[in-house]
Design a protein around this ligand. Structure first.
Ligand code: 3HC
Length: 297
């Protein structure tokens, strides 16, 4: 029947190994979420050494959980055994899906996606964790017919529940079960999938990032960071203030997201505040460089 192939496709849920390209903060959190939920993850870095460093970051995060008594040592070891650094895209082998979580720079993303596209079987879906590009902006690197989507996680990815799932309409038309499989896979991670349209910033960042930029403006006009943050924590019940959140996300990532959204929609609130671009230029990147709006040294 006409429903036959589609129905068969739906049952092919993603329960097998997953590829992950990227070794930064976001990639480490995504890797941790995946291995903790039972997925086997093959991590592709710029080099074998960078993939190995991600392995160490995840191990350190699990060790913290063990020291707090939230995880036992044998479980932690079993979880770590599911994380395998690989040296090149060909070594990803047979995976259900591969997630690209590299720098928020269009050229870097296009180059990594091209490599993944060249090395992976043409039926393997490639997902991007982009903060601010559209899935469609990244399709220049993949062959027509390749299933592509966004699976957008939030910082800290091991903890935050939401994953935005974006399947462009034409991809969905060609792969009727892709979206459903992606949602089921996200739920199996213990997270909540939400369907979003393919626009820059999707839903969360389109609302959140300009708000963070406004908080920088409030600080730049003379209010100490602690005070800006306290007003939102104590006045709006945010779990952390906006400037502390920028430090967590990364000042470079925040600037890149603003620039990308501003390019598509030149609205003043989306123009990166000069203080942010200056901090990015001087290497004050937030927690990852131990300096941002706060000092982490
Ligand atoms: N990795 C792993 N686990 C972590 C973690 C990390 N980086 N940070 C915290 N955790 C775990 C803790 O171990 C703890 O789990 P446990 O109870 O099992 O031990 C749990 O998370 C809660 O942590 P804490 O009690 O230490 O801290 P808080 O309760 O203060 O929560 C927070 C920390 C989750 C970061 C919270 O402050 C928060 O929700 N902040 C806002 C985060 C946010 O808005 N993120 C979205 C950013 S936008 C984005 O990422 C999009 C991108 O495209 C730019």
């Amino acid at each position: 029947s006409e429903d036959g192939p589609a129905a068969a496709e739906v049952s092919e849920s993603w329960t097998g190994p997953v590829g992950l390209a990227g070794t930064g903060h976001m990639a480490a959190g995504i890797a941790e979420a995946m291995v903790r939920s039972g997925r086997e993850v093959r991590v592709l870095g710029r080099s074998a050494a960078s993939a190995q460093r991600l392995h160490e970051v995840v191990a350190a995060s699990l060790a913290r959980q063990v020291s707090r008594g939230r995880l036992d040592e044998p479980t932690s070891q079993a979880v770590m055994a599911r994380l395998e650094p690989v040296g090149n895209a060909a070594q990803l082998g047979e995976v259900d899906v591969v997630i690209e979580a590299v720098a928020e720079d269009i050229e870097v993303k296009l180059s990594v996606l091209r490599d993944l596209n060249d090395q992976l079987h043409h039926t393997v879906p490639i997902a991007t964790n982009t903060s601010s590009y559209r899935v469609s902006d990244l399709r220049a690197s993949v062959s027509p017919g390749r299933p592509v989507l966004a699976l957008h996680f939030f910082n800290p990815a091991a903890v935050m529940k939401l994953v935005e799932v974006v399947v462009p309409e034409d991809v969905s038309a060609e792969n009727p079960s892709l979206e459903e499989r992606a949602h089921a896979w996200v739920r199996a991670l213990g997270k909540t999938p939400v369907r979003c349209g393919d626009s820059r910033g999707f839903v969360v960042n389109r609302l959140l990032i300009p708000f963070l930029n406004d908080a920088v403006a409030a600080h730049a006009t003379g209010r100490p960071a602690e005070e800006v943050d306290a007003t939102l924590v104590e006045g709006a019940h945010h779990p952390m203030g906006p400037l502390a959140l920028i430090d967590l996300i990364g000042i470079d990532v925040t600037v890149a997201a603003l620039e990308s959204m501003f390019e598509a929609e030149p609205e003043p609130r989306l123009r990166p505040h000069p203080l942010l671009t200056q901090m990015a230029a001087t290497g004050e990147l937030g927690r990852k460089s131990a300096r941002g709006f706060y000092d982490y040294r």
